[in-house]
Design a protein around this ligand. Structure first.
Ligand code: CMC
Length: 374
């Protein structure tokens, strides 16, 4: 029976149960399958986190070796997907390239219409494994560079950096990038994950669900915020201009990107870890001005609006220091969140109910069509 109360944006609506992650705004904590995300970032690899999200437990050494073998074997793009990426206009946003590539990969996937648990796990792994090839190739072609083939002697993050920049990645950078991948991997019923679940609920295939999720992630109120943060930093320029910039922006009712959160109102538990990663990158690349600006804007925003930063705030400038182009930041988020999205697709499928809410109609009353019957 429909309730009469309208919850705009579905804010606070409990839409289903999930065992994948727990967001607790009261304690500012985020748990993946029970483990605090900041502890996972400090102690285990992104590959282990992927396994954890899909299977519910961290892998044994053998399980990890098996997943690693399969992931490394699935890193290469089919030739025609590679060709299609190279042909897309460089004027389009890289998220359009991700969305298109995933859709095309679905058309290729021999198990596209097989929704057995084994097939879904295999597809999730393939999608996750191939994403760095999509994202790195796109950044390179936009820079007028040739694509770099994946290396099967490198872990997920190191190989990602290798393919993006064509150079042996430095351990400090791999460590920082890896932490960002772990932190972005999963976040309960956020807009893109919910989109994936809505699509799955119609019994559509995993690639359709993920293609839709990428569309939802593109927007600046969701994943697009990490790019917008970097643009804000570039617009402000230096810490001494931050307060005046913020006053102007708030006066013109702008949303300050990288701040605020639908769920966490007292701070995002992922921020301290990513702020520390940003600190490592600032030290590594010798760019102290970034942190001055970061801290000044954060403090000013807190004093003026009592609003704290979300994960995108430290992630944007960290990716910039690592050398990624700004428009590639959200596709990096895609590669990471592929793990969470696909875990949710599998969970939705295992206990499915078509997601189909109702609305309160507020258009014209019933009326007559003008003219006489034909
Ligand atoms: N800048 C300025 N004011 C803000 C901001 C912000 N970033 N965030 C919230 N507010 C204000 C908002 O104007 C409103 O004020 P008032 O009550 O006076 O109208 C109040 O705080 C409540 O905000 P809201 O927009 O109703 O809250 P919400 O839960 O609908 O929005 C949000 C959450 C993330 C969409 C919003 O905070 C926002 O637009 N932030 C900027 C974009 C951003 O950083 N997004 C990344 C989200 S986290 C990563 C992810 O999960 O993808």
């Amino acid at each position: 029976t429909p309730t009469s109360e309208i919850r705009k944006g579905l804010a606070g609506v409990v839409a289903d149960t999930s065992a994948i992650s727990k967001v607790n705004p009261a304690t500012n904590s985020l748990l993946y399958r029970g483990y605090p995300v900041q502890d996972l970032a400090a102690r285990v690899s992104f590959e282990e986190v992927a396994y954890l999200l899909w299977h519910g437990e961290l892998p044994t050494a053998e399980q990890l070796a098996e997943q690693t073998r399969a992931e490394r074997a699935a890193r290469t793009l089919p030739d025609d997907v590679k060709a299609a990426i190279l042909e897309l206009p460089t004027a389009c946003h890289p998220m359009d390239v991700c969305r298109t590539a995933v859709s095309q990969l679905g058309a290729h996937d021999p198990q596209a219409e097989d929704s057995s648990v084994e097939a879904e796990l295999a597809k999730a792994l393939r999608l996750w494994a191939v994403m760095p090839s999509v994202v790195a190739l796109d950044q390179r072609r936009r820079r007028g560079e040739l694509g770099v083939e994946p290396r099967d002697d490198l872990g997920y993050s190191a190989n990602f950096l290798w393919m993006a920049f064509g150079a042996e990645p430095e351990p400090a950078v791999v460590k920082a990038f890896e932490a960002s991948m772990v932190l972005y991997a999963e976040h309960s019923f956020n807009a893109s994950t919910f989109t994936a679940r809505v699509i799955t609920s119609t019994l559509a295939d995993m690639h359709s669900a993920v293609t839709g999720a990428i569309g939802a992630l593109k927007g600046p109120l969701h994943g697009g915020a990490n790019e917008a943060v970097q643009e804000t930093f570039e617009e402000i320029g230096s810490a001494d201009r931050a307060v005046a910039w913020l006053e102007d922006a708030l006066a013109s009712k702008k949303k300050i990107m990288g701040f605020g959160h639908r769920v966490y109102k007292n701070g995002d538990s992922r921020v301290p870890t990513m702020r520390s990663v940003l600190g490592d990158m600032v030290e590594h690349y010798g760019e102290p001005g970034v942190l001055d600006l970061y801290d000044t804007l954060e403090q000013a925003m807190f004093e003026r609006k009592n609003i704290r930063p979300n994960l995108d705030y430290p992630a944007g400038p960290a990716y910039h220091l690592m050398g990624f182009d700004t428009n590639i930041f959200t596709p990096l988020f895609v590669a990471s969140r592929m793990t969470g999205w696909t875990a949710h697709v599998m969970e939705q499928r295992a206990a499915n109910a078509l997601i189909r809410p109702v609305c309160e109609y507020n258009g014209p009353e019933q009326r007559e069509v003008p003219g006489s019957a034909r």
